[in-house]
Design a protein around this ligand. Structure first.
Ligand code: PEP
Ligand code: MN
Length: 338
């Protein structure tokens, strides 16, 4: 249930509504936006049946939420897009943000080199996996805590906040102690214990769409995190599995505007994993921004040929600089800036 408050509602009136709703056994979530205030009610709506909500002072209107996800639903927030702050930047604000860096943290020199290069080209965040999900158990699976330490020292030098993947609920606190944003990868989008765990941490979450997940599955995964109290979720379209073998995944462009209509959470795109090829990164990035994405996450490596993972789709520093130079027009097409 969504309670839309009158413009002139007072803090005491909000408290009173909250008490009544919580007294009926539901939880509340208050969202105060620029032009309106929303009191979201989470729980069994039938319990509100005997509460004359419309007659309570300060209430303007009451709307049931028919969606299976509530906190993530667009109407649940007073603003069309909530902003998720990471370091000095906000996903979902007027500027589109780009996170860039290698697939895996391979060592200290390559991370410093990459951090400096992507910062110079205008990236807002540094990416790099320290805990890597690998299809084969024999593949390189990351430097673990050593990788996290490297990421954090590159942040100290470049000022770039760090986004890195957490694979296991047992590592969530450790990763959160180094990272500015926790990535939940495609393979873990429905790892419900991991979602609950990051829901308890006050760290922004980058939630990537599972390879066979519907958009509803993605929003319900976000709901897991949010229902534990962590509202700072950014969604990521990274391509899904289809019958096509020519690209690594099938980039679902329509997911971006559909999600932007359905949820208030910021939505970004990962053109690297979607296409799986370096030469597809720029066109997919253009399409994503023109379709309204709030940003991108892009793989960049000092020497893609020798990368320990995802070299084929990683941009060189020069290619990344060119990409950053060419994005403005596409962001502007969607009313945004870079
Ligand atoms: C990654 O970002 O390196 C990654 C493994 O992505 P995904 O979970 O989307 O495959
Ligand atoms: Mn990768």
């Amino acid at each position: 249930m969504i309670i839309v408050a009158r413009k002139d509602i007072t803090a005491d009136q909000i408290d009173y509504i909250r008490e009544r709703v919580e007294g009926a056994g539901l939880r509340t979530h208050i969202s105060i936006g620029e032009s309106r205030t929303i009191i979201g009610c989470i729980g069994d709506e039938a319990r509100l049946a005997n509460l004359p909500l419309l007659s309570i002072p300060g209430v303007q209107s009451v709307h049931p939420v028919m969606r299976p996800y509530k906190l993530a639903a667009r109407g649940f927030s007073a603003d069309p897009t909530t902003t998720v702050r990471v370091g000095d930047h906000s996903f979902g604000g007027p500027r589109c943000l780009v996170a860039a860096g290698p697939c895996s943290v391979e060592g200290s020199p390559m991370m410093f080199e990459t951090g400096r290069a992507v910062a110079e080209s205008g990236a807002s965040l540094l990416r790099g996996g320290a805990f890597k999900p690998r299809t084969s158990p024999y593949s390189f699976d990351g430097l673990k805590e050593e990788g996290l330490r490297i990421l954090s020292s590159v942040r100290s030098e470049t000022g770039l906040p760090v986004v890195t993947e957490v694979l296991d609920p047992r590592d969530a606190e450790l990763v959160a102690s180094y990272a500015d944003m926790l990535q939940i990868g495609a393979r873990n989008m429905q790892n419900f214990s991991l979602l609950r765990e990051v829901g308890q941490l006050q760290r922004p979450v980058l939630l990537k769409r599972g390879m066979s997940a519907t958009l509803k599955d993605l929003l319900l995964a976000a709901e897991y995190v949010m229902s534990r109290g962590n509202m700072q979720v950014v969604l990521c379209e990274r391509g899904i599995r289809t019958f096509g073998a020519e690209t690594r995944n099938t980039f679902d462009l329509a997911a971006i505007p559909w999600l932007k209509m359905e949820t208030h959470l910021p939505v970004i795109a990962d053109p690297s994993h979607a296409g799986g090829r370096r030469d597809l990164v720029a066109p997919l990035s253009y399409a994503a921004l023109a379709a309204g994405a709030d940003g991108l996450i892009v793989e960049v490596h000092p020497d893609p040929e020798t990368a320990m993972s995802d070299g084929d789709q990683s941009l060189t520093f020069a290619e990344f600089a060119d990409l950053m130079d060419s994005l403005t027009v596409f962001a502007e097409a969607a009313g945004r800036s870079m």
